[in-house]
Design a protein around this ligand. Structure first.
Ligand code: GSH
Length: 211
């Protein structure tokens, strides 16, 4: 059977997939294609992900896109400590993943765009401030969930932690301050200190430096 292929430079949301695959100890091919070079607009790539976005995977004949769905799939495909163990925990892993995409990610991106990614004259400080303020509510929810629980599903680090931490991981670069949410800070630091996360982040830093 052919190896898992992960499409996407580590300096993209493919970071989340690379982290997951590293956690699982998978042997995979990495195709570090970048949207900035037009590689996501080729006919060949659009056959893999018609959205022209990163990441995507090919696993044998099976193709999947959407970073957090890919991670949930990999957790189910390779049962182990990262896999939710009950149908209820599967539901909670989906809950936290969809919550991260809906309630957190757009505001983190808004902050990053307006503090880092856009050329300085195009940055809107008020939009960044407003996005930071909007993050208060979901961060308080996350902090509440993590006050009495080391990991999101309980005693084990799982795909739910990877998915939510993957979405929050760039927040410190936009100076999003977690000091009011100490449980979030401790949890995020522990997630990102894992060797699999460090390896994916190193790759991301190298890819960013090479741009
Ligand atoms: N919800 C998607 C978002 C994917 C996404 O927007 N990826 C960015 C890179 S981080 C991309 O490919 N952008 C290229 C474009 O929008 O043309 C996921 O999580 O996989």
């Amino acid at each position: 059977m052919s190896k898992l292929t992960i499409y996407g430079t580590a300096a993209s949301r493919a970071f989340r997939t690379l982290w997951m695959a590293n956690e699982l100890g998978l042997d995979y091919d990495h195709q570090p294609i970048d949207f900035r070079t037009g590689e996501t607009s080729t006919e060949e790539y659009l056959r893999i992900n018609p959205n022209g976005r990163l990441p995507a995977i090919r696993d044998g004949d099976f193709v999947l896109w959407e970073s957090l769905a890919i991670n949930l799939y990999l957790a189910r495909k390779h049962p182990g400590p990262l896999t939710p163990q009950t149908v209820e925990d599967e539901g909670r892993a989906a809950q936290w993943s969809l919550w991260a995409l809906g309630e957190v990610e757009p505001h983190v991106i808004m902050v990053l765009m307006n503090t880092l990614f856009l050329p300085e004259p195009k940055r809107n400080a008020a939009a960044a401030e407003s996005a930071i303020a909007t993050l208060d509510k979901p961060l308080a929810v996350l902090d509440g969930a993590l006050k009495d629980s080391t990991w999101l599903l309980g005693t084990d680090f799982t795909v739910a932690d990877i998915n939510v931490a993957g979405v929050l991981s760039p927040a410190p670069r936009g100076n999003i301050d977690f000091s009011a949410y100490p449980a979030v800070k401790t949890w995020l630091d522990s997630c990102l200190a894992r060797p699999a996360a460090v390896a994916a982040r190193t790759l991301a830093r190298e890819a960013m430096a090479a741009r």
